[in-house]
Write a protein that binds this ligand. Sequence first.
Ligand code: FAD
Length: 370
Amino acid sequence: MSSTKHVAVIGGGILGVSTAVHLLRQGASVTLLTEQGLASEATGRSLSWLNSAGERSTPYHQLRVAGVDRYRTLFAADPNREWLQFGGGLMWNAAGQGEVTEARHAYEKSIGYDSKLLAPEEIASVTPGIDSAAIPENAIFNPGEGWVSLPDLVNFLMEEFHALGGRLVLNAGKASVMVDDGRATGVETAGGETYPADAVLVACGAGTPAVVKPLGVEIPNGSPVSMLVVTKPVEHQVTAVMNTPRAAVRPNPGNTFALDHDWYEEQITEHADGSFTIPDDVVQELADESSKLIAGNPELKPASWKIGYKPIPGDGEPVFGELGQVPGCFVAFTHSGATLGLIAGELLSDEILSGEKHPMLATFRPGRFS
Ligand SMILES: Cc1cc2nc3c(=O)[nH]c(=O)nc-3n(C[C@H](O)[C@H](O)[C@H](O)COP(=O)(O)OP(=O)(O)OC[C@H]3O[C@@H](n4cnc5c(N)ncnc54)[C@H](O)[C@@H]3O)c2cc1C
């Protein structure tokens, strides 16, 4: 860069924070603005299973594998971080669906994704702490997968953000992109403060389509409402992330578990003020379902549960890159933002500063909806 480029990032979730830190590492001057606090939305209530399991488009798979690779590098620097671990992933389907599991395993093997098809009695030899009686027929173990606690990762990255001189604006309200002569020129907070910039990144999670709409840009929003439960501490040996018919479970720092699923989505009520509630007994039912998966079936007590939108673009694929209609304005909006958090920040920061488009993002451009 001939002169310091100033970038304003809207959104204090993992995508905004990661991109901001990658920009700072390359010498940019960065202002990160967010509506309330950091990790206040999806990033603060994510299962954050790091994976590319199952079947999806080849470019999306390749990006996710690169995403897991960046976490591997971070993990290797300090394997003792309680908030980033690689204990593998374990999945199984409901009774009568053993052939579906076999087909998934065959597909994963065909693309070189590490995948082991196991009978229930073989589980203990690959991963500890599981109640194999919960597995009706067979299960897949993916040894290369892991999990991260995103609020801890955000705290970790923000130390570097501050050390590199980033400027953080909390409680900015619903900020908007300033445009002059068709080009993004900065960000305006809900209170009317303005932050001029050479480039703007909109990384507003499920709020991204609403932020770009006034710019004349349509990005379909398929974000469902979801819930993440964190349990009270409990003694256990589990290291793998489990995806099962009635509960998804991952270890969480402090001997707790993070739990989610989708069978209870219809029991979530959205209120006029934008808040959500769910009956307490539904939360306990998820904890009880999760307990059945863990050796010794320990009683799981919900300590907290958070409900809100899970960011998913309308066509399910990530949306990354500059808006054709508004040069200088970039977006980052994706499902699986935990897995992609580090790689997306890396590739987007390169694009924002160099102007060169990365080939791995070619099929994810916002222009595909135009
Ligand atoms: C229950 C659940 C389970 C998940 N499981 C997984 C998983 O297993 N693996 C995986 O890879 N991913 C998973 N995800 C997805 C992943 O957590 C998200 O993709 C990721 O956290 C999104 O980060 P983000 O930065 O895009 O958005 P968010 O974390 O939602 O952050 C967006 C930020 O922008 C702010 N904002 C919005 N609008 C404005 C505005 N106008 N002005 C200022 N600020 C604004 C918000 O307040 C928020 O702080 C899961 C998500 C959920 C909810």
